[in-house]
Write a protein that binds this ligand. Structure first.
Ligand SMILES: [Zn+2]
Length: 322
């Protein structure tokens, strides 16, 4: 069915983009893939988004028991927070999780405590709702190379560290596309470079790893993808060009963080450097003053999280130094 609502957009090849409504419109997506009467969700949004994902099924005329797989790309709550609630509502579904993330969804206590300590209890409730544990018996661990059938196609799971070590991406041969979670960076539809989307790394705490990320980009390109489905936000093409942009920007943000003298590695200093770099990159895309200001507002929350993640990464490098 090719109808589009404000929050449900068909992308072709049986792939539908759902705006989960997290924080603001067009910030966080979940994807619904439908093939020969079977369905899979890739990323779930938060527990608060579950209602919208269920509404998407209804909108497309799919029974709840048509959903075979729920596939959070990694266990950050804007991607996996809705997994437990969805399992309760989707009786045939199994939860497909990276081996490093599985225990965090079966027993989400530690994950939840970590996020509460960052956001505070009131904000946690507002943003994420109630985290429901996933029954271990319904969990499938997705090691690198796992393949799972969906209707007439086979979804492939590829280990893609760099943003997080518990991160996989899903290869869809039918559309020659990867569902990339956060491993292909952020590209918001409202911020565009001259001739292509503007991608920026997400170095969110606590497992940023620029070297691993570089290899992840090689793994993507090896399959010659024609499109990438980003959680933040939407489908992009021009994959080799965007991969080159992202690779260069990952190296640059690592370098600007490492370049700060040890005594000056505060969150605010890191954020300042990041904002400066982002502005330079946007300017070189040809954005005028007004568009530049709007773009920096769009990335404001990401700059906060990225600065925190870079600080954690620098501390890890220091701890590893001989
Ligand atoms: Zn994310």
């Amino acid at each position: 069915m090719l109808t589009s609502t404000g929050w449900l957009t068909p992308l072709g090849h049986g792939v539908h983009c759902i705006d989960t409504g997290y924080q603001r419109p067009q910030l966080a997506a979940a994807y619904l893939v439908v093939d020969a009467g079977e369905a899979a969700f890739i990323d779930t949004g938060t527990a608060r988004s579950a209602e919208r994902l269920l509404a998407a099924l209804e909108h497309l005329g799919l029974e709840r028991r048509a959903v075979r797989w729920i596939c959070p790309t990694h266990v950050h709550l804007d991607h996996a927070g809705g997994a437990g609630v969805l399992l309760q509502e989707l009786p045939q579904a199994r939860l497909v999780v990276h081996p490093r993330g599985a225990r965090h969804l079966v027993d989400p206590g530690r994950l939840e405590a970590g996020v509460r300590s960052v956001y505070g209890d009131a904000e946690f409730e507002r943003l994420f709702g109630r985290i429901v544990p996933a029954p271990a018996a319904r969990v499938v661990e997705a090691g690198d190379g796992l393949e799972l059938p969906l209707g007439k196609r086979v979804l492939g799971f590829v280990d893609t560290p760099g943003h997080a070590r518990h991160h996989y991406s899903v290869w869809d041969p039918a559309s020659r596309g990867f569902f990339t979670g956060d491993s292909f960076g952020l590209a918001y539809p409202e911020v565009c470079c001259a001739d292509r989307p503007f991608v920026f790394p997400t170095t969110t705490p606590v497992q940023f790893d620029p070297e691993a990320w570089d290899q992840t980009l090689d793994r993507y390109l090896a399959r010659r993808p024609e499109r990438m489905y980003l959680t933040h936000f939407g489908m992009v093409g021009q994959v080799p060009a965007l991969a080159a942009d992202l690779r260069r920007r990952i190296a640059a943000v690592a370098e600007l963080a490492r370049g700060l003298p040890r005594a000056e590695r505060s969150i605010s200093a890191l954020r300042g450097k990041l904002a400066e770099y982002l502005a330079t990159e946007l300017e070189s895309c040809g954005l005028g003053a007004q568009a530049l200001e709007a773009a920096l507002r769009t990335f404001a929350m990401d700059l906060d999280l990225n600065a925190q993640g870079l600080q954690v990464w620098l501390q890890r490098l220091d701890a590893q130094a001989p």
